[in-house]
Each structure stands twice: as structure tokens, then as C-alpha cells.
Design a protein around this ligand. Structure first.
Ligand code: PLP
Length: 395
């Protein structure tokens, strides 16, 4: 290996680039996690997180990847053989389904085309048919990171209400929180699952459950054995700013800084920034598509993700071979296709600590790498994105 000058472009849809402010904040000596200084930090991050999830209810923090928080949501509220409704929006929904199946839940999967979100009308029809209320939970991935499709959580809540169904509503926001508008309380979500390494701009290692009163009440009836993931132990310790076991102390310093940065910018500005840069990305892909044959994977304009764009390669072109060109030639990491779309799509992450020039560098790298790869019709994308930025306020 020889030294590569200049900066590596990490434009996968998570883990995302960690800003220097957060790196500096974490560069601290190890602390006593049962002492008073830690309790102050614990209280501060636990309170601050509520604003990010837009909730007044508790948010628990696990020293775990997002997958742990998926498991925690299920085992705290449900019992073996309970029926849960899940939707095959893509790879992450499929993986959450696998967690549920492994625990012996009776998972009903609504099939999907990996190019669309969850259809609220379908949720309403299915729940209306369930007059015996056998469905105990409806689980949705807000932003499907394998396809770049965002499901409409507020409308799905309305569908559950229209069916007057008592099922718990659980939502995975691992790649949307702090990037795309998300309202745990207003949208009546019972358990929100999230993680540290995407919109929150932190390294991997923390994950979260935001918990409604209804979800908390469901704990009493839950028959799953559980220990590490127990909400009751967690909430009891959290009351004093502490944790039932050693927390990831240095990541919590980073979390405190991330919350401060998001509040300085203002959450609504954070969402607007992501929306604007995402639209510029989609316009670039549309330009590459005209003669180059590329396409945004998301079918439905109102469901296109503001945190990543999955790009469908022209028929017969290997997306992973293309990604290799981008990495070798420009030191640009793009996300690979996962599961059913492996080799067919590449993904551009445009979330977290990200701005106009980072986007332009990324799009220029993709456009040039596409041509080096032999897709000569791929041009005009950078220009189309710049035109969009010129014509919209922000930045
Ligand atoms: C990244 C991601 C996950 C997985 O999180 P890990 O931290 O890798 O366990 C789950 N769901 C979504 C939507 C994701 O983007």
C-alpha cells in the first residue's frame, strides 16, 4: 500500500463521515461511569435525544449496533408466536424479519418489489380484516437503505387508526433519524429503533429505542426471556443518569456534541439541507439516464429518500465492477447493492455531515467513473445538480 494524498470520499449510506467536532469531543480520558460527572453527561444526552426523536417519552441507549435495537423492540413488548406484520421493502426489512422469525414470532410478510415503500391503503385493508386483533405489531422500516425508498409513516399511522386496530407500531429510523423529518409522538409510533452511525454522524456502536406509554405497558404481558435488552433495568438507571451496565462512555461524549450540532443548525434546516442535496443527486442520475441508461431505483417520486440514492445500472452492467473503478481511480467509496439488487445497483449516500461541495465532488467522481467504466452516455449530471443548487435557497 502506498499513501494516497487527499481525502477519502466515504459516500456510502452509513457509517457516515464523522465531523472533526465530534472526533475531538470523544478524545477524552476514560471516566468513572458510576460517578457524578458521568451522571450529568448521561442526563444531558438522554434529555437531548428526546428532541431528535421528537418525543417527550424516554429514549434508551444501547451500546450495540442497530440490529440490537431491532431485537430489543421485539423482546420487550411481544411474546413467542405473536403475529407481527412486516413489509418486504428491501434488505433491511428482510433482516428485521429474520430477527423476528428467529425469536419464534409469527411473521406475516407483505411482499414488495424493492422499489416502493409500504402502501398505507394495504395496511388499512389488512388490519380491518383482522377483526380478532391477532396482529400484535406492525413493523416498518422508515427509510429502506438498500433501495433508497422512504415509507410514509404518518399515513401508515392514519391507516392503523382508520382500522381502529390496537397493534403496536414499530419503526426503524436507522438511516433517517436526524436527516429526514421524523416525529415519534405526533405520528403515534410505539417503538422507534435507531442507530448512531448514519444521520447522527457518530461512529457505529450506539443504538436506540424511543418508547411510547403503550409500548411500556406492553412489557407487563411480554413473555420473551430477556436480560441485556430489558427496558425496565435501563429506565430505572437512566432516571439517575446512569446505566445498568457499562455504557459506551466516549461515544456518549460524541452524542452530546452531535445533538448540540443538530440543534445549532436547527432540525428543520437539517431536513431541508438533506432534501435539497438529495434532489440535486436525483437530477444528476436523471441526466446520466438520458443517454447512459441509468435510473433511480425508487419508483414513486414522493417516496424517494433524502439520505441516499440507489442507482440502477443499465442492463448487463455490473454495479460492483463500476464501484471498483470509483474506488481505485478516485478514492470514492459508494454503497453496494444488497440482497436482491446485489450487482445491479450502487448507492450514493448523501446524509449526515454533508454539504454542497462534498456532493459536487461525489457526483463528479461518479460521472467520471461511469465514463471510465465505459458508459459514455453518462454526462451532464454534475451540471444538472449545480443548476438545481443555483435555483434553490439554502446551503
Ligand atoms: C444500517 C441499517 C440497519 C443495521 O444497523 P446495524 O447498525 O448495522 O446493525 C438497520 N436498518 C436500517 C434501515 C439501516 O440503514
Amino acid at each position: 500500500m502506498t499513501y494516497r494524498s487527499g481525502r477519502h470520499f466515504l459516500q456510502i449510506p452509513g457509517p457516515t463521515n464523522v465531523p472533526d467536532r465530534i472526533l475531538r469531543a470523544m478524545d477524552m480520558p476514560t471516566m468513572d461511569h458510576r460517578g457524578p460527572a458521568f451522571a450529568a453527561l448521561g442526563k444531558e444526552v438522554l434529555a437531548g435525544l428526546k428532541g431528535i426523536f421528537q418525543t417527550k417519552n424516554p429514549v434508551v441507549i444501547y451500546p450495540a449496533s442497530g440490529t440490537g435495537a431491532w431485537e430489543a423492540a421485539l423482546v420487550n413488548t411481544l411474546s413467542p408466536a405473536d403475529k407481527v406484520l412486516m413489509f418486504e421493502t428491501g434488505q433491511f426489512a428482510t433482516l428485521w424479519e429474520r430477527v423476528a422469525s428467529r425469536f419464534g414470532l409469527d411473521v406475516e410478510v407483505s411482499p414488495g418489489d424493492w422499489r416502493s415503500g409500504v402502501d398505507p391503503a394495504l395496511v388499512e385493508v389488512r388490519l380491518k380484516a383482522d377483526t380478532a386483533h391477532t396482529v400484535k405489531a406492525v413493523c416498518v422500516v422508515h427509510n429502506e437503505t438498500s433501495t433508497g425508498v422512504t415509507s410514509r409513516i404518518a399515513q401508515i399511522r392514519k391507516a392503523i387508526d382508520a382500522a381502529a386496530h390496537p397493534a403496536l407500531f414499530m419503526v426503524d429510523t436507522i438511516s433517517s433519524l436526524a436527516s429526514i423529518d421524523y416525529r415519534h409522538d405526533e405520528w403515534g409510533v410505539d417503538v422507534t429503533v435507531s442507530g448512531s452511525q448514519k444521520g447522527l454522524m457518530l461512529p457505529p456502536g450506539l443504538s436506540f429505542n424511543a418508547i411510547s406509554d403503550k409500548a411500556l405497558a406492553a412489557v407487563k404481558d411480554s413473555q420473551f426471556p430477556k436480560s441485556y435488552w430489558r427496558w425496565d433495568d435501563m429506565l430505572e438507571a437512566n432516571d439517575k443518569g446512569l446505566f445498568p451496565y457499562t455504557p459506551a462512555t466516549n461515544l456518549l461524549y460524541g452524542l452530546r456534541e452531535a445533538i448540540a450540532m443538530l440543534n445549532e443548525e436547527g432540525l428543520s434546516n437539517v431536513f431541508a439541507r438533506h432534501a435539497r442535496l438529495a434532489e440535486a443527486t436525483r437530477l444528476a442520475v436523471a441526466a446520466w439516464g438520458r443517454e447512459g441508461g441509468l435510473e433511480v431505483l425508487c419508483r414513486n417520486e414522493e417516496e424517494c429518500s433524502n439520505t441516499l440514492t440507489a442507482v440502477l445500472m443499465p442492463e448487463g452492467q455490473d454495479a460492483d465492477e463500476f464501484r471498483k473503478v470509483a474506488l481505485d481511480r478516485f478514492d470514492l467509496s459508494l454503497g453496494n447493492g444488497l440482497g436482491k439488487v446485489a450487482g445491479k445497483v450502487f448507492r450514493i449516500g448523501h446524509l449526515g455531515d454533508f454539504n454542497e461541495l462534498m456532493l459536487m465532488g461525489t457526483l463528479a467522481g461518479v460521472e467520471k467513473a461511469l465514463r471510465l467504466f465505459g458508459i459514455n452516455g453518462a454526462h451532464g449530471g454534475v451540471e444538472a445538480a449545480l443548476d438545481h443548487l443555483d435555483g434553490t435557497p439554502g446551503g
